[in-house]
Each structure stands twice: as C-alpha cells, then as structure tokens.
Design a protein around this ligand. Structure first.
Ligand SMILES: Cc1cc2nc3c(=O)[nH]c(=O)nc-3n(C[C@H](O)[C@H](O)[C@H](O)COP(=O)(O)O)c2cc1C
Length: 404
C-alpha cells in the first residue's frame, strides 16, 4: 500500500484504546490520511476529542446520527478507504463482525467496504483463548480479514499471555509495507501437512502434522502480495484466499509437484512433515493378517529439501525441523547438510505446542544467526517468520532469486 493511503482507524472498547492515538500519529507521519470511527464503548476509554485533534477531522461514532449521516457516511467512508484497521478490536466486535451485524457505524462500514480489513485484537488472555473467540477469529480469517497480533505479554488485567494489542509501529508496518505488496511479483512455494505412504489400499505410514503452520505461512505470504503455490499433503484445512493449492499424497508426488515450480520460485519453504520412509512394496490388494508378517520392509523417500537446494539456481530455501531433544545442534546439522538458507526448528512432544496445535514456538537459525520466535499462534508466527526471511535473505545469500 502506498504511503498516501486513506485509512480508517476503528477503535473499540478496550483499555488498549489509548494506543490507537499513537497509531493515528504514526500513520499520518508516514503520509496516510486518517479518519477515526469509534464505538460507543470506545468513547468510555478515550475521548473522541483526542482523535479529532490528532486526525484533524471529526470522529464518527453513531450510525443513526442525523448530522454525521447526512451524506450516508457509512457508505461514503467504506468507499473512501484504502484500508480499514480496527485497533483495538474487542472480543465483542469480532463476534459482531463474524455474525455480520450492522448495528453501529464501525461494523456497518466493515460490511460495506471492499478495502482490506485489518484487525488488531486486544483482550484478556482467557477471552482470547475462549473457543467462541477462536471460532470467530478462524471464520473471519477465512473470509480474508487480516489479523495483526495479538502479542504475548503482561496485560492490563494483571495476567500474562496472548491478548496484548500489537504495538502501533508493528501495525503500521503491516498495513503500509507488507500488506501493500512487499512481495508482489515474487513466487513462493510452500509445502504443508504430512505425506501418506501406502502399504496397501487401506493402510499407510504417516505422521501427526496438521498442516496448520504451512497454511498460515501460505496465507501470510499471499497477504504480503506473493504469488503462492501451496503443495499440501492430506489435511483438513481450507485453502487460504489467493493461494494456488496443489494436493498430493506421497513424498514422491510432493517432490514432483515441488520440482515443477521451485526452479522459477524466489523462496521455497519446506514446512511439510515428509515421511522419511515408505513401505518398500505397495500391494494393490489389501494384505490379510497372515500376509502382514512381523516386520515391514522400508525404502527411503526422496529428500525434497536437498533436491531443491541442488538446483542450479535454487530459490532461497527454508526448512523446518521437528525434534524431541537437542534441538539447536540437530537443526544446525540439518541446515548445513542440506545446504539450507534458514531452518525453523521446533521441539515437539510438548502439550499445546507444535504438531496438531494452534500455537507454536520456533528457533530460527541461519549461518551466523539465530532468533527465538513465539510462543504465539501459528498465524502470528507465520507473519513474523516471513518478515525475518525478507529481512535476512539478502545478507544470507545475495545470489538468491529476489524477484527484482
Ligand atoms: C475496564 C474495562 C476494560 C475492558 N477491556 C476490554 C478489552 O481489552 N477487550 C475486550 O474485548 N473487551 C474489553 N472490555 C469489554 C468491552 O468494553 C465490552 O465487551 C464492550 O461491549 C465492547 O464494545 P465494542 O466492541 O462496541 O467497542 C472491557 C470492559 C471494561 C469495563
């Protein structure tokens, strides 16, 4: 999004409403035109006068205000905006937006706009974790709403956990830089999910990968403007908006799908949990108990990451490592042996994180650096990981395809 963008800042009823004042100032400092819309509850936390003084324009509030609505403001504003950012977004507001309610100006204009809608939630961590909120978030994400945060940390209520509104500087970066298409013109190839290695028509070897991390990465890259090819093993997930998805089952099929597109890609992220081995022989008819025997002859599967980095002009390649112990040493060894540019390592086997979970924690390693990311939900982690790839790739491998 170019700097001279027209942005509506929506403020809802949360203690974090005071941070919206800094958000308005920072957006304006980057050259954006800003109009502020507040919910009634927001006005109990910060006065409209603050935002009027900062933005230089009257703050809109009530939907059925004869003065403010003289010119059908909800439609005028909805058309005027290049982006709408609701920061803070309360749990109540997320629920209203998910339900499609239009009983206040902010929810009505979110329904009426074609501009991207960014949501920066802020709430107590128990409210954030509540299945109702998580369900609302998942549905809104699926409809294309772009979530920024929430971050982990100390909260106004004295608790610690996810629910803190993202810092205004981070929100500005997401809206004006990344979402505006920092990756426009680039092709990113991302693998996700497990592979399934059949023994006979009813049995297979596989693993616990849910595909959520890879799908979150695909969504975040697409939202940053990249053309994304998502090559996925068998998962129960919806395709993120704007992503080209190719479903496969076995490691061999995944390799073929990857090699068909990777030579032209700027970035390859191998997030799939590819089975290392497969049953040595596929039996086209179901094996009876007696025929199964007591051991299963195995064959090694192709190494997709190593095949990509062996290309003459490989894309910038990021691998994933899931380990149960000795995380950093094992991940560094994999980084070197497969000639990767970066590796995101996660300890698996801890409750609530990693495989099959919504949250994760990663140790990101590259030749001369490392950074701990999270714990955070996979969507937030995906955005951060993509940001780190973009930040470090030039220093790590200046020769990589950059899309420029
Ligand atoms: C002191 C106080 C702090 C609150 N902080 C939050 C908050 O951070 N996040 C949230 O979702 N709701 C919070 N609430 C509850 C909301 O203000 C309430 O759900 C309200 O209906 C939200 O309305 P709105 O979404 O129209 O702005 C708080 C309430 C009070 C009294």
């Amino acid at each position: 999004m170019h700097a001279a963008s027209r942005i509506i800042v929506g403020v809802t009823g949360s203690v974090a409403a005071y941070k919206a004042a800094e958000l308005v100032r920072r957006l304006q400092a980057r050259g954006a035109q800003v109009r502020v819309v507040m919910t009634e509850a927001a006005e109990a936390f910060v006065t409209p006068l603050t935002f009027q003084a900062l933005s230089g324009h009257p703050v809109r509030g009530a939907l059925l205000d004869p003065q403010g609505e003289a010119g059908m403001d909800h439609i005028t504003l909805a058309r005027w905006a290049d982006a709408v950012v609701v920061a803070p977004a309360s749990a109540d507001f997320l629920a209203r937006l998910r339900a499609g309610l239009a009983d206040d100006l902010l929810s009505t204009l979110c329904l009426a706009t074609r501009a991207p809608v960014y949501l920066a939630p802020a709430m107590n961590q128990v409210m954030w974790h509540h299945p109702a909120t998580q369900d609302n978030v998942a549905t809104l994400r699926g409809r294309g709403c772009r979530f920024i945060g929430p971050n982990d940390g100390g909260q106004a209520c004295g608790e610690v956990g996810p629910g803190r509104m993202s810092e205004p500087a981070e929100i500005v970066t997401r809206i004006l830089d990344a979402a505006g298409g920092a990756l426009r013109g680039e092709h990113w190839v991302i693998t996700a999910g497990p592979t399934r290695e059949p023994l006979d028509p009813v049995r297979f070897l596989s693993n616990r990968s849910s595909g959520r991390m890879g799908f979150a990465l695909a969504q975040a890259a697409a939202q940053s403007g990249a053309q994304v090819s998502l090559i996925s093993g068998p998962v129960a997930l919806d395709t993120p908006q704007g992503v080209r998805r190719h479903d496969v089952e076995t490691a061999q099929q995944m390799l073929e799908a990857v090699m068909a597109v990777a030579p032209e890609a700027e970035v390859f992220i191998g997030c799939a949990a590819v089975a290392d081995v497969r049953p040595a022989r596929y039996q086209p008819v179901k094996l009876g108990k007696a025929a199964l025997g007591e051991s299963l002859p195995l064959a090694r599967n192709p190494d997709i990451l190593a095949s990509v980095t062996a290309l003459t002009q490989p894309p910038f390649t990021v691998g994933f490592a899931a380990e149960t112990d000795d995380l950093e040493a094992r991940a560094r060894a994999k980084l070197r042996s497969k000639n990767l540019d970066m590796i995101a390592a996660n300890l698996v086997g801890r409750p609530g994180l990693g495989f099959e979970a919504d949250r994760n924690e990663l140790l990101l390693l590259w030749s001369d650096g490392k950074e701990h990311l999270g714990p955070a939900d996979k969507a937030a982690l995906a955005t951060t990981l993509i940001d780190r790839i973009v930040t470090h790739r030039e220093a790590i491998r200046p020769s990589a395809n950059t899309g420029i």
